[in-house]
Design a protein around this ligand. Structure first.
Ligand code: RET
Length: 329
């Protein structure tokens, strides 16, 4: 049986092995002296990834927010004192102004407490910028403030002029539209061209609303003010001109800060702060001091509004007439 003998191992043969080849990052070095595959080089270069940076308020900005909050608190306390010293039916402007200052006070408290804040991506211009992503801090809390306070300020102006309810409502709705589109502009992520374009379109739309609302206020408002006493007309002219000039500065600050990122977040806080104090506290005190109590007009509150009903009426039926009373039998 020689053929079986041929298959008998004569010595221990090495076990056959298979080599699987892989391509590790960094490349393979196939020509190893001695045929060893033991030491492939480790990758030394990683893929580049962008660095993230933030423009945000520092201690200075936060201190400014607290200072402005304190100014609004003091301003509000003063208005409340003045309200108490004023006859009830002459408190219309006091009520509206107190509401404005209360909202501003709460809004600055929120911003100082770091509420109502977000970060929005800024445009990347130039090749270097592809490796850097910049965010800017946006205080959207101010737009919530403006959403309520600017209509109230306009309501004061419109009431002073004796503007028709239709025009007053139009001015207020256009103002709300202006604030909302301004907010959308400031929240638009603008890292890429389309976003940046959208942001400035929102700005344009909002500015258009701004012009329309002041157009109505200056034409219809002045016409209506002609029918008021001379001192009221004078006060309306003064306050509306001053307010217009202050309000024009808002889109300028917006353009420099949230729009084109030309000034720091701290500078933005201070700029808007100065404007807010002038447009709210300055406005309120001029209005309340210069508007004399003797004047009567569409803003003089009716007796039924300021006086709570007393007793049950002379015949015991109640001031509103009671349900199920004798005269319904
Ligand atoms: C924005 C940006 C978009 C264009 C325009 C703006 C106008 C804002 C204004 C704000 C007024 C605020 C006041 C606050 C409180 O006192 C939204 C900044 C036109 C006019 C008076």
């Amino acid at each position: 049986m020689d053929f079986i003998a041929q298959f008998k191992p004569t010595s221990i043969a090495p076990i056959p092995t298979t080599t699987i080849s892989v391509n590790p990052p960094g490349g393979t070095h196939t020509h190893h002296p001695g045929g060893s595959h033991g030491h492939l080089p480790l990758p030394t270069q990683t893929f580049p990834h962008p660095e993230v940076h933030y423009h945000h308020a520092t201690h200075t900005g936060n201190t400014a927010l607290w200072v402005i909050w304190a100014l609004f608190t003091a301003g509000l306390a003063g208005v409340l004192l003045m309200t108490l010293r004023t006859e009830k039916r002459n408190r219309y402007f006091h009520g509206v102004s107190a509401l404005v200052l209360t909202i501003a006070m709460v809004s600055y408290l929120a911003m100082a407490a770091n509420i109502g804040i977000t970060f929005v991506p800024l445009p990347a211009h130039g090749a270097k910028e592809t490796l850097h992503i910049w965010f800017r801090q946006v205080f959207y809390a101010r737009y919530i403030d403006w959403l309520f306070t600017t209509p109230l300020l306009l309501l004061s102006l419109a009431s002073l002029a004796g503007l028709s309810p239709a025009s007053t409502l139009a001015v207020i709705l256009i103002d709300v539209f202006m604030v909302v589109t301004g907010l959308l502009g400031s929240l638009t992520p603008a890292r890429y061209a389309a976003g940046e374009r959208a942001r400035w379109i929102f700005f344009g739309v909002s500015s258009f609303a701004f012009l329309v609302l002041w157009g109505i206020l200056f034409t219809n408002g002045l016409k209506a003010a002609n029918n008021r006493p001379r001192s009221t007309k004078g006060l309306f002219t003064l306050l509306s001109a001053m307010t217009f000039l202050l309000w024009v500065a808002y889109p300028i600050v917006w353009g420099l800060s949230e729009g084109a990122n030309r000034i720091s977040v701290n500078a933005e806080i201070i700029a808007y702060g100065v404007l807010d104090v002038a447009a709210k506290i300055g406005f309120t005190y001029l209005l309340l001091f210069l508007h004399t109590h003797e004047e009567t007009g569409p803003w003089t509150l009716p007796e039924w509004w300021v006086q709570s009903p007393v007793g049950h009426g002379p015949d015991g039926r109640g001031v509103y007439g009671s349900l199920g009373s004798r005269d319904r039998d």
